[in-house]
Design a protein around this ligand. Structure first.
Ligand code: ADP
Ligand code: MG
Length: 335
């Protein structure tokens, strides 16, 4: 008999994936059953990647497997959650065993590293689309929200911004850079690092958090809206990688770092009262977040400074929004 849906599930997803001890029923029944602890809150996130929108035909299958779990774990990190379980809805145009091998390898690497078990899913035929729903936990009441920032809080980002956007711009021939730089930024576009440990360590310290999928200004904007505050950013502090500073003008680099998507770094705020604790945490942590500004009381307003002078984005540049940007420019989307 031909290789069908159930063979795909068994060959690439059931047998290859290890299971946590708290998984009671996994792939093979109508639903999964997991044991939960009454002292914890469950955090649930979903993200979809669509071929031609979130990645193009040149993207290695292993990268797609890595990234679909990474972007979901990034959402869990932004909530301060510890990853536990995920499900996978896979829509495939055809059964391509080479693609499935690469995809399930990337997915399995992330699943194992973060001890997050694949507990079910759905497999259908259609245009290549991948959806993951991931479940994590926080101690009761300790989830990080977008709504807690207050005037005077310090604003941080977890790492350099704009690399993924630079890779995409080169891929789409909007910019040209050297091969070694291109390899570095492609790695960041294809294999983003969810800041899982940092997110958990920010519980009880950060007043708000979000992950940057649509560009810093756009995502910080969600914190400002939810918290009813504004922000002042010092662009001199904005962390930029060597490929960014060595390949681009300052204006190009700042524009990408502020507006391009797909970084999957965290942006969060820390009240002055928690700063000592936060500095101690950072001293002992592998990621070194960078302070880029402060929360203000001017609701929804972002003031940008460079060298002590006000700075403005070039006209027409802002974060990606699916329906708005796709209609306006008819271009490929992201995040
Ligand atoms: P149902 O018909 O009851 O919806 P399915 O035939 O869709 O069940 O799936 C059979 C089992 O395989 C279920 O346990 C489901 O969770 C699992 N499953 C289906 N597709 C995937 C996938 N891509 N990855 C992991 N598990 C899957
Ligand atoms: Mg089904």
């Amino acid at each position: 008999m031909a290789f069908g849906e159930f063979d795909v599930i068994e060959t690439y997803f059931t047998h290859r994936f290890a299971q946590r001890d708290d998984v009671q029923v996994s792939v093979g029944d109508d639903g999964a059953i997991v044991a939960i602890d009454p002292t914890e809150d469950l955090v649930i996130v979903t993200d979809t990647m669509v071929a031609g929108v979130h990645f193009d035909a040149n993207t290695p299958a292993r990268a797609i497997g890595h990234k679909i779990l990474a972007v979901n774990l990034s959402d869990l990190a932004a909530m301060g959650a510890e990853p536990r379980w995920f499900s996978l809805a896979l829509t495939l145009p055809e059964i391509d065993e080479e693609w499935l091998t690469g995809f399930s390898t990337g997915l399995k690497e992330m699943s194992e590293y973060y001890d997050c078990s694949l507990i079910g899913g759905d497999t259908t035929r259609g245009p290549l689309t991948i959806t993951v729903t991931a479940h994590g936990v926080v101690p009761k009441g300790k989830g990080l929200l977008r709504s807690g920032a207050r005037p005077g809080d310090w604003i941080y980002v977890s790492h350099a911004l704009g690399d993924a956007g630079l890779a995409l711009a080169v891929q789409q021939k909007r910019l040209a850079i050297s091969d070694p730089h291109y390899r570095k930024v492609c790695e960041r576009l294809f294999f983003p690092t969810p800041r899982v440990a940092l997110g958990q360590s920010l519980r009880g310290i950060a007043s708000s958090a979000i992950d940057i999928s649509d560009g810093l200004l756009s995502d910080l904007g969600h914190i400002l809206k939810a918290s009813r505050v504004g922000a002042r950013l010092s662009l001199d502090e904005l962390p930029l990688s060597l490929p960014m500073t060595e390949s681009l003008s300052q204006e190009q680099a700042l524009t990408l770092a502020l507006t391009s998507g797909d970084d999957y770094e965290l942006c969060f705020t820390v009240p002055e009262s928690q700063r000592g604790l936060f500095d101690t945490l950072v001293a002992h942590s592998a990621t070194k977040p960078i302070c880029i500004g402060r929360i203000t009381s001017e609701v929804n307003r972002v003031a940008l400074d460079l060298d002590g002078e006000p700075w403005q984005l070039p006209a027409g540049e802002q974060g990606y929004q699916h329906f708005v940007n796709a209609n306006e420019r008819g271009d490929d989307g992201q995040s």
